[in-house]
Ligand binder design. Structure first.
Ligand code: ARG
Ligand code: GLU
Length: 697
């Protein structure tokens, strides 16, 4: 967008407000955006979105588990999120006799709802700007260490004061690299039960083939219920608990949305880096992503070949494959997007403008040169850490035994081993080891590989031969080997202490420890400088609407339903229908094998009140909301704040929006709420759940 026409002019051009639909805004400050939102179609007020004086939308939203969003849809604690967010719980309740992953799960009454130890949901009670209290006594002259200590002490006091005499928990998070601090007071409920989930062939329809893609036909939802003590307060699981009565739940709009309609997403985006300098983007595009993508391509090729060979392996590696493939695909889209947008060049021009502006300002003059120098020092260290995480740590056996700390109780080891061998293929791991360890040794900057290890590798005739012999000598290489050891605690502990695979993991890790330490130190310094850089950016462009990077706290994004053009001559319509599911139906392809129940429903064409005006059942739709990982399961709301869908993904070319948002192609993907209700009602026969909800035409 920015053209090189004299630095002064560039600086002027940079002051245009943030572009349409970009941004993840703070709920408590949404008043500053409300005019823009209303201009774009929103009908409600800032108080409807966030209020501490009365029930507002925020009271109907939870952080689900550690990294997803969920929303309340009934006065009795009923909650919606994604199938992939509830996946682990659904899997944990599944067995050969009750295969809920394959067949779906529909509780027919409250007594059939399934408890999930360890799963929590957290409501935001309130959020406040606590910058002043956190920075109390902090002086410009302090060293970073002094500053950190004081901030930590102040933070502890702020948290204590905010939670004193309550059952709430709180955390303080920095915004804009520590220019501002907010406290988030939360109420955490530990009794959350599984109510319903469609078969994976619906909840994960299209699998990794369609993941991050459009057109999309995934029914990515699951249903849970929050339980509380009789006093409606959080309580650990108990049969005596009762459904939680939320302050607020969402009304569901069954009329659907159309292209151009206002949409808003309210949820917990995890991490973005909108303000990093070109050097950081260069590292992602030219160093980190290519390495990580290549190492995962190799791993996935082996997974796929071995999974195709045998059914047991296919099931064992389904979840592993999905999680390796998810980020692998995302990074490719991100790289393509960054390259296509010319993000590095744009950032360089921005930096040139900043330098020109800062030339006569002592406070800002050195910031960019110092940042750039730190990034040069960071490069090898961060790259080495990536090598370890994606190379060495991609080999399962050394990770398993190498991460069991000496002194771990035998019962814990047995439990971990049980989980490990249930889904472990020695054949896959041997192949992965040969491939990844070879790449690890080849790509890791030489100084991070211990000399003794290098000599042994050379003596063995190379990395592949070396790692093969290590794995062969490990008594833990097969489930059988472990079984032979497990009943004798002393023998088990000795075998672990002597395990060559564990030794390899620890020695390799020891080699990269200095890289990790350096990277951590440099990143702390970099963050410090970004704090000043952000101040400068805001001073330089006072008209620009800044929003803080995502940090897994509650945010509002707003936009509208919209198609887009992914390439020349192609237009993507912003919604899909059940007809498209039938077009994809291919019984012999795992990802596209539509359940017979859904085929029957389609054949009967009896969609009732769940069909759109056009007669079809709409499945998913696209909108321009700025989202990222963590927004999975977030409610997507219409102009009246009514639930129209559940967010679950972005399109491939959108994934660079974590670094730069491009309104022309960035689209989030939501499952249409009417498809969710259609499935609950017609496929699950659980229409009684819909009775609990509040529906509106
Ligand atoms: N891409 C979505 C996200 O980042 C969905 C991932 C789950 N689905 C899958 N097919 N792996 O979480
Ligand atoms: N699927 C992602 C998640 O689980 C959301 C998609 C995105 O990254 O935008 O959070």
């Amino acid at each position: 967008m920015l053209r090189r026409c004299g630095l002064l002019l560039v600086a002027l051009v940079m002051t245009v407000p943030s572009r349409a639909d970009e941004g993840m805004w703070l709920p408590s400050l949404i008043g500053e955006r409300i005019r823009d939102m209303r201009q774009k179609g929103f009908r409600l007020t800032a108080e409807d979105i966030y209020s501490v004086n009365r029930a507002s939308m925020k009271d109907a939203i939870v952080l689900f588990g550690g990294g997803c969003t969920g929303e309340l849809v009934s006065a009795e604690g009923l909650l919606l999120t994604n199938h992939h967010c509830g996946y682990r719980q659904i899997q944990q309740h599944s067995s050969v006799e009750h295969d809920y992953l394959t067949n779906g799960f529909w509780a027919m009454n409250r007594s059939e709802e399934l408890p999930n130890p360890g799963l929590t949901v957290a409501f935001l009670v309130r959020m406040d700007d606590v910058t002043e209290a956190v920075l109390e006594g902090v002086a410009e002259t302090m060293t970073p260490a002094e500053r950190d200590t004081l901030i930590a002490r102040n933070t502890a006091r702020v948290i204590e004061r905010a939670t004193e005499g309550t059952h709430y928990t709180a955390s303080v998070k920095p915004l804009y690299y520590g220019n501002q601090y907010f406290i988030y007071v939360t109420e955490v409920f530990p009794d959350v039960r599984l109510v319903a989930a469609p078969p994976s062939a619906i909840g994960k329809f299209g699998g990794d083939t369609d993941n991050w893609m459009w057109p999309r036909h995934t029914g990515d939802f699951s249903v849970f219920r929050i339980y509380a003590g009789k006093d409606n307060k959080p309580a650990p699981y108990s049969k005596e608990n009762v459904p939680y009565r939320p302050k607020r739940h969402f009304t569901i709009a069954t009329g659907g949305v159309e292209e151009g309609d206002f949409t808003m997403i309210y949820g917990f985006p995890g991490r973005t880096q909108q303000y990093v300098i070109s050097d950081a983007v260069d590292f992602v595009l030219n160093r980190s992503n290519p390495l990580k993508i290549d190492l995962r391509t190799r791993r996935l090729r082996i997974f796929n070949e071995e999974q195709a060979r045998d059914v047991r392996t296919r099931i064992q590696y389904a979840a592993k494959n999905a999680s390796v493939a998810n980020a692998w695909k995302k990074w490719q889209g991100e790289s393509k997007g960054i390259a296509r947008l010319g993000t590095i060049g744009k950032k360089q021009r921005q930096e040139a403008a900043f330098e020109a502006w800062a030339a006569d300002k002592p406070r800002y003059r050195d910031v960019l040169p110092r940042l750039k120098k730190l990034y040069r020092e960071l490069d090898e260290n961060a790259f080495a850490v990536d090598c370890f995480n994606e190379g060495m740590a991609g080999i399962e056996l050394p990770v398993f035994t190498g991460r069991i700390a000496p002194g771990t109780p035998v019962s814990v080891i047995r439990e971990r081993a049980g989980k490990f061998y249930k889904d472990y293929s020695p054949a896959i791991d041997r192949r992965v080891a040969a491939e990844l360890f070879t790449e690890y040794v080849k790509r890791l900057p030489a100084r991070f590989l211990p000399d003794s290890l290098r000599r042994e590798i050379d003596a063995a005739g190379g990395a592949a031969a070396y790692v093969a012999s290590v794995m062969e000598r490990s008594p833990f290489a097969t489930a059988g080997g472990y079984e032979a050891l497990k009943s004798d605690s002393a023998a088990l502990m000795k075998a672990l202490a002597d395990d060559p695979a564990a030794a390899l993991y620890r020695r390799a890790r020891q080699g990269v420890v200095p890289a990790g330490r350096e990277a951590k130190r440099l990143n702390a310094e970099i963050t410090e400088l970004y704090r000043t850089y952000m101040q400068g950016l805001r001073e330089m462009s006072p008209e620009q609407d800044f929003y803080p990077d995502a940090n897994l706290t509650l945010r509002v994004a707003y936009g509208h339903v919209a198609g887009y053009s992914p390439q020349d001559a192609v237009w993507h319509v912003p919604y899909t229908t059940l007809e498209g599911i039938m077009e994809k139906d291919t019984p012999e392809v795992y990802d596209y094998n539509v359940p017979q129940g859904l085929r029957d429903l389609h054949a009967a064409k009896d969609y009732g009140r769940w069909a759109d005006r056009d007669g079809a059942v709409h499945v998913a739709f696209l909108a321009t909301n700025h989202t990222t990982g963590g927004n999975s399961g977030s409610p997507i709301l219409d102009r009246r704040g009514r639930l129209v869908g559940i967010n679950f993904d972005r399109t491939w070319l959108s994934t660079m929006s974590d670094i730069e948002f491009d309104p022309s192609v960035c689209r989030n993907i939501a499952v249409d709420i009417r498809y969710v209700l259609f499935l609950i009602d017609r496929l699950g026969g659980a229409g009684y759940l819909i009775e609990e909800m509040t529906l509106e035409k």
